[in-house]
Design a protein around this ligand. Sequence first.
Ligand code: HEC
Length: 170
Amino acid sequence: MRTRFNPGRLLRPALALSLLLAAAIDAPARDTARGAYLVGIMGCGDCHTAGTMQGKPDMARPLGGSDVGWQVPGMGVFVGSNLTPDRETGLGAWSDAEIVTALRTGVRPDGRQLAPVMPYMGYKNMTDADADAIVAYLRSLKPVSTKVPGPFGPTEKPTLPYFTLVMPGK
Ligand code: HEC
């Protein structure tokens, strides 16, 4: 049987393709350079890059997780985690929205509230564009496989050096 030429059958895929191309062209390029700038001035590396607190940031593993923890009285000791796109030990398996929520509210995808050492209270008014730029920059990092220790509960013994709050005696 002879199939009749039906222009409608060609039109539909052509339309779908052009819509797809238009969407790709319309999507704004993610501002990785601004993200790098923001991550720099917001000091993420202070707490998320090993060595920074000793004045020698480990630039082989930028934002690959700290080697110094922070003790919060009554809460325990917390370590700035690996922010690189490694799936097992970093943020590789997190969605963009999950990262932005952690930045603005301190809530992790598993529901745990991050220790207030992570300055989410100061980041809560971050604009959508800045949050997106930070995520874009974090996604562009070289994945590093480092699982930071902790968090340690108030009665657990930390396995790494940590900062603490010393109350002066009266
Ligand atoms: C003063 C130190 C400090 C600074 C500055 C800081 N963080 Fe954190 N951040 C932490 C600590 C400590 C944790 C872990 C807290 C916990 O486990 O409760 C954390 C956790 C996180 C988490 C959750 C990751 C996870 O695996 O649970 C993300 C995402 C994050 N920080 C991103 C950032 C970004 C991006 C910046 C810069 C814009 C930044 N942080 C700046 C200390 C800091």
